[in-house]
Design a protein around this ligand. Structure first.
Ligand code: F6P
Length: 377
């Protein structure tokens, strides 16, 4: 009909590690887009790879019954549009992504992910696409947002695991070292450690000295508690290892020529490989230093699997529906950030590739110290 605006068409993809609340967010933005604004919603499979390869599915009839479902109905990947492995070669697929966007006559692309996804989304904005992102991660390390969906559920799961580990630690007079996700940020280990009453909490932001940890455990033994729970984030390190890791990261950041980038990536991978198995080494060191038997529990993907908590469903639904509002208003190039009870757009260049570490004087750290928890320093 002349003068009548065409209904908007939006694409949705999920990128990076899966996380509780992804389906709740897909449902939130999808239902708001369809029911409130009469838009058409298309899902792209497996993150940016599905967009580059034009693998899609209509979402209109797939949005019911997914609110409580874990993982992502769209599938996910860590592929980047500008550096994608195709037949064994690293290829810039940005052009293919733009083609898919145009083929589907999209008015907007919604990318659900963390800081890395925001970086890829910003590249697509610079390639001329209208993109927004929603903050997803169990690591809680996305800048400029009060919260990201996934974290609250993972925090509940890790806390319950610590609660349950107490029984065995206490009954068998053991040290149990429980490894919690978080290669770069310690929010999850810190939050679950405080909520679960861990005796020692080790996070990447506070390098640890194994002798200080052993001394704290021996003090507990002397005061009648012949067991300890050590909550360790994947990325917690000694000061020497932390310095080597930081130097390797800096080298990668500064690398500019293809040769420099290749060498810096290899150097960082070597530092990370040397860190593998660190939790087991730590447990063995603590056993030798304290005389208490030690055991390791690695929580792994249990932390990000299964049904999202009520808090994450609520957050994902309100950020998703706020995303539909922004698309309707024509606001692009932003992440939909949680601010208090509401949501606000934040320019992607303020989020892209950035990370929110735990400040060493954060109230959660202070609270842990005040109740006698050893932070390993
Ligand atoms: O989603 C973030 C995260 O959970 C990190 O805490 C963890 O180190 C990483 O993903 C591992 O994920 P994957 O094995 O899928 O690469």
């Amino acid at each position: 009909m002349p003068g009548m605006a065409r209904a908007k068409r939006i694409g949705i993809l999920t990128a990076g590690g899966d996380s509780p609340g992804l389906n709740a967010a897909i449902r939130g933005i999808g239902k708001a887009a369809i029911d409130t604004y009469g838009m058409t919603v298309i899902g792209f499979r497996d993150g940016f790879r599905g967009l580059a390869e034009n693998r899609s599915q209509p979402l209109d009839h797939r949005l019911s019954g997914i609110l409580t479902v874990g993982g992502t109905i769209l599938g996910t990947s860590r592929d980047k549009p500008h550096r994608m492995l195709v037949d064994g070669e690293v290829v810039d697929m940005t052009g293919a992504v733009v083609d898919t966007y145009k083929k589907h006559r999209l008015d907007a692309l919604v990318c659900l992910g963390g800081g890395g996804t925001a970086k890829n989304a910003l590249r697509l904005v610079r390639a001329g696409l209208d993109v927004i992102t929603l903050p997803k991660t169990i690591d809680n390390d996305i800048v400029m947002t009060d919260a990201s969906f996934g974290f609250a559920t993972a925090l509940d799961i890790a806390t319950e695991a610590i609660d349950r580990l107490h029984s065995t630690a206490h009954s068998h007079h053991r040290i149990i070292v429980v490894e919690i996700m978080g290669h770069r940020a310690g929010w999850l280990a810190l939050g679950a450690g405080v909520a679960g009453g861990a005796d020692v909490i080790l996070i990447p932001e506070v390098p640890y000295d194994v002798n200080s940890i052993a001394a704290a455990i021996r003090r507990r033994v002397q005061s009648g508690s012949a067991f300890s729970i050590v909550a360790v984030a994947e990325g917690a390190r000694s000061p020497e290892d932390a310095a080597a890791f930081e130097a390797a990261e800096l080298r990668k950041k500064k690398a500019s020529t293809p040769d420099e980038i290749r060498e810096a990536v290899a150097a960082l991978a070597a530092v990370e490989a040397a860190h593998a198995g660190n939790t087991y080494r730590l447990a063995a060191q603590l056993e030798a230093l304290t005389g208490l038997e030690s055991r390791v529990t690695i929580l792994g993907y249990v932390q990000r699997g299964g049904t999202p908590s009520a808090a994450d469903r609520l957050l994902a639904t309100r950020l998703g529906s706020a995303g539909a509002d922004l698309i309707n208003q024509g606001v692009f190039g932003v992440m939909v950030a949680a601010r208090g009870e509401g949501a606000e757009p934040v320019p992607l260049d303020q989020v892209a590739g950035k990370r929110k570490p735990v400040p060493p004087d954060h109230p959660w750290v202070q609270a842990a110290r005040h109740v006698g928890t050893c932070l390993g320093d």
